[in-house]
Design a protein around this ligand. Structure first.
Ligand SMILES: Cc1cc2nc3c(=O)[nH]c(=O)nc-3n(C[C@H](O)[C@H](O)[C@H](O)COP(=O)(O)OP(=O)(O)OC[C@H]3O[C@@H](n4cnc5c(N)ncnc54)[C@H](O)[C@@H]3O)c2cc1C
Length: 391
């Protein structure tokens, strides 16, 4: 792996940094994005921020130019994430569209489908959600029971999805449904795009540990899905879904960005509160620093694979495993720095960060579950990377 940037890559980074310094809605390098008590207000703010970034052509830089990207490579994509971290920019609200739905459509959709959906993803004019998990199909995703029954011009969809992040704000959803109930379970699934505004879709928010309701139950009641919303061939949805899942578990610049920001915040906080005076805490902070740096190096290794035209592969699972466990340790160190303030929530006095750390600690307990649990990642690493016999 060669970590030296080419002159073009350096120019690209400098151009973006200059753009961010001029356009960021808070003071570059110092300020933070505004905080919202209401999730809908936050989503509205984040949509306009993503729209602004997309207008500068800084979202989805690796996408083809025809759909708003720059046709750039994985290194440039990664550079954007690093610069956004440096600017302390928030996560992209349209991330499911940018990182999962979009790349899957690019790989498997027809030209008409691409022209219909891709142009409004990067600008956040349309948001997407991922309708994969069901009450009886999480780790064993191929057991999806949502039925798509063939009817004139399309399908009738009936069933239930669960844990669907941002479904309440989404315009479209990528959905796995069973179209061939008599076929073996991996063979009878089709990959559909669902209109989330159709009255046949019922979205019911679920409260999370944090008190927010980011994810939802989604019910399909005789929802009509037209033929032209099928992605890839009928019954080949499992193959298409694997392309979505490989993007979900491949390199993870988003989590790298978030954890670099968290680490910097943590070190600032520790300095303010005398955390470095305590030898045990100092040790934990040093460990957190080393682990985030290691995560960065693992990411760079994956990026250099991608830059050489290689697929992310099952090694993506070890990256997911690493960062989700690293995250929990880093958040525990955060709680130790807060000390007696750790059990407090927003609104309490003497609570550095006003509950931000406590919320983040709760939120990242779920990191070992979403995008495939850590037990499943260990199975993948054991079987497909190390070649161990199936358990
Ligand atoms: C914050 C959050 C957001 C999410 N957002 C989305 C979303 O937008 N869209 C979406 O489709 N899904 C989403 N999910 C769902 C997520 O993908 C599933 O929760 C996950 O795949 C696990 O499935 P499950 O919850 O059904 O657990 P189960 O599959 O029922 O697993 C229960 C337990 O059994 C273990 N287990 C199961 N099978 C095995 C095995 N073969 N070997 C060893 N252990 C095993 C698991 O590791 C786990 O500990 C989200 C989840 C979270 C936490």
């Amino acid at each position: 792996m060669d970590l030296r940037a080419t002159p073009e890559q350096q120019r690209f980074r400098a151009e973006l940094r200059g753009w961010l310094q001029a356009q960021l809605p808070w003071e570059y390098g110092k300020g933070l994005p505004p905080r919202f008590d209401d999730l809908a207000e936050e989503v509205a703010f984040l949509r306009s921020w993503q729209g602004k970034l997309a207008a500068g052509r800084w979202v989805g830089v690796a996408w083809p130019e025809a759909y708003g990207g720059r046709g750039a490579g994985p290194v440039e994509h990664f550079t954007v994430q690093e610069e956004l971290a440096r600017a302390r920019a928030p996560e992209m609200v349209g991330r499911i569209g940018i990182n999962l739905a979009g790349p899957t459509l690019l790989a498997h959709a027809t030209d008409e489908q691409k022209a219909r959906w891709l142009p409004r993803i990067l600008s956040a004019e349309e948001l997407w959600c991922q309708l994969f998990s069901e009450p009886g199909a999480g780790s064993d995703l191929a057991s999806v029971a949502t039925r798509a029954t063939p009817v004139e011009g399309g399908w009738r969809l009936n069933g239930q999805k669960v844990w669907t992040s941002y479904a309440q704000f989404a315009d479209w959803g990528i959905c796995l449904a069973r179209t061939e109930p008599d076929a073996p379970k991996h063979k009878g699934i089709s990959y559909l795009v669902v209109d989330m505004h159709d009255p046949g879709v019922d979205v019911r928010p679920l409260m999370q540990l944090t008190g927010d309701a980011e994810f939802n139950e989604v019910f399909f009641n005789d929802l009509f899905v037209p033929d032209d919303c099928l992605i890839g061939p009928r019954g080949e949805g499992w193959r298409v879904a694997n392309s979505t899942l490989s993007h979900e578990r491949g390199t993870n610049p988003r989590q790298l960005v978030i954890h670099i920001q968290l680490l910097e915040e943590l070190l600032r906080l520790a300095e303010e509160r005398g955390g470095f005076d305590d030898v045990r805490l100092r040790q934990r902070l040093a460990e957190a620093y080393v682990e985030v740096r290691l995560f960065q190096l693992h990411n760079w290794r994956s990026v250099s694979r991608l830059a050489r035209g290689l697929e992310p592969g099952p090694e993506g699972s070890s990256l997911k495993l690493y960062w989700s466990e690293m995250s929990k340790r880093l958040h525990d160190a955060g709680m130790a720095v807060l000390g007696p303030a750790a059990p407090l929530w927003k609104g309490a006095d003497d609570n550095p960060g006003e509950g931000r750390w406590q919320r983040s600690w709760l939120y990242y307990q779920g990191a070992s579950i979403w995008a495939g649990t850590n037990e499943i990642q260990r199975n993948i690493v054991g079987e497909r990377v190390l070649g161990l016999p199936r358990g």
